[in-house]
Ligand binder design. Sequence first.
Ligand SMILES: *[C@@H]1O[C@H](CO)[C@@H](O)[C@H](O)[C@H]1NC(C)=O
Ligand SMILES: *[C@@H]1O[C@H](CO)[C@@H](O)[C@H](O)[C@H]1NC(C)=O
Ligand SMILES: *[C@@H]1O[C@H](CO)[C@@H](O)[C@H](O)[C@H]1NC(C)=O
Ligand SMILES: *[C@@H]1O[C@H](CO)[C@@H](O)[C@H](O)[C@H]1NC(C)=O
Ligand SMILES: *[C@@H]1O[C@H](CO)[C@@H](O)[C@H](O)[C@H]1NC(C)=O
Length: 403
Amino acid sequence: MFWMEYKTADVRCARRRLGALAMKPTCTFWFILLFGAGGLVLFIHLQEISEMVQLQAPGVKFRVASRQPVMKQLCTHSEESLRGNTGMGSRELDLSSARVTKRHRKLLLKNPPTVRALNSSTSSSWDRLSLIQEARKRLVKQVCAKYKSNAKRTVTPHHVSRIFVEDRYKLLYCEVPKAGCSNWKRVLMVLGGVASSTREIKHDAVHYGNHLKRLDSFDHQGIAWRLETYTKVLFVREPFERLVSAFRDKFENPNTYYHPVFGKPIISKYRANASLAALRTGTGVTFKEFMQYLLDVHRPVGMDIHWEHVNQLCSPCLLDYDFIGKFENIEEEANFLLQRTGAPANLTFPRFKDRHPQAARTSVHITEQYFAQLNASERQRAYDFYYMDYLMFNYSKPFTDLY
Ligand SMILES: *[C@@H]1O[C@H](CO)[C@@H](O)[C@H](O)[C@H]1NC(C)=O
Ligand SMILES: *[C@@H]1O[C@H](CO)[C@@H](O)[C@H](O)[C@H]1NC(C)=O
Ligand SMILES: *[C@@H]1O[C@H](CO)[C@@H](O)[C@H](O)[C@H]1NC(C)=O
Ligand SMILES: *[C@@H]1O[C@H](CO)[C@@H](O)[C@H](O)[C@H]1NC(C)=O
Ligand SMILES: *[C@@H]1O[C@H](CO)[C@@H](O)[C@H](O)[C@H]1NC(C)=O
């Protein structure tokens, strides 16, 4: 009975997550209601719940693994941070019966090139881009083999919760915020027939329109066969540039979610003599304060998808991506992928800048200016923090004094 209530709230909140702030009071209400009424029950009856669910869904093994009430994370954070919360392993779906095989999928190669691409200058650039893909995939495999234990090869819904599904063209795109994801979502919407051109899709429709399905919304077989047969796509970005881009977007512009939820605890922990206004609004976090928060082993508030490691967001060691693109060359690489996928010839990757179009795109130069505000040991710790992303995606050391 409690489980049913919980499921209902889960689904509602999940649906409303995309409705963002306007919907938050409703979710908060659900949270209060359910946590109040059911929180105790949850703790006491963890065992009964998991048994009951196993009975209700034979063959699908759910486990209530976390002692943290799930509703808290579902409803008090916006969808943006919620999805990125790494400790969210509350339901575990065992896919071992439909385990993803290791067989190398050459879907890209199976798709015949479209007619327009048959001229020699494009085909040589195709060869170049194909070779780059092979090298990137090989590197990810090597790094994974070296640093990651293969003990846990079970895909859970949490692992695929950031992956968007395009069933017509059989694409799975793992969303990495601040690495071209809004434009990728536009492309997926056009591929899916939601819109006829990327131009006509406004920013809010991209993020809150609820037009795209996530892979974790399917049952375990639906997840497993899509992982097996679709082209799995990941786009990454230089980690420090992505971080600075996230900081500028969320803290240097008015924001009704990031200032209260992250800004307030950051200012109150890391700023001596903070003004009452700063403590009350959470506005005006400096990059140094933000980095103190990020590198703190006892963060006053959790992580967020905008600064979470790609390794956490998209599980590249588990999911064996078919295409690993880079934001730095996103147009060429995305168009290459679209052609290979057989996308309509008039669909090319757009270059809209959604967030604060008046501000300059975060560049190498801008990133250096922000990191100049830190001392050497902070820069080193920041590099250590993103080390796996640097290594796995072959980004070079951003500053010469790092080791
Ligand atoms: C081949 O394609 C490229 C870019 O798509 C174009 O610039 C070039 O003119 C084309 N060459 C021929 C011979 O059609
Ligand atoms: C890593 O990037 C460098 C250029 O920055 C390139 O020369 C090298 O081949 C790349 N290594 C792999 C394994 O892709
Ligand atoms: C692309 O072509 C399709 C038909 O194949 C059409 O419906 C669509 O409007 C075109 N899009 C653009 C941006 O021209
Ligand atoms: C904080 O305020 C106290 C007293 O007003 C002052 O002595 C101290 O220097 C201030 N500290 C900082 C870091 O501004
Ligand atoms: C660097 O800044 C941090 C504050 O984030 C401080 O704790 C540390 O002592 C500083 N290190 C050096 C070498 O100045």
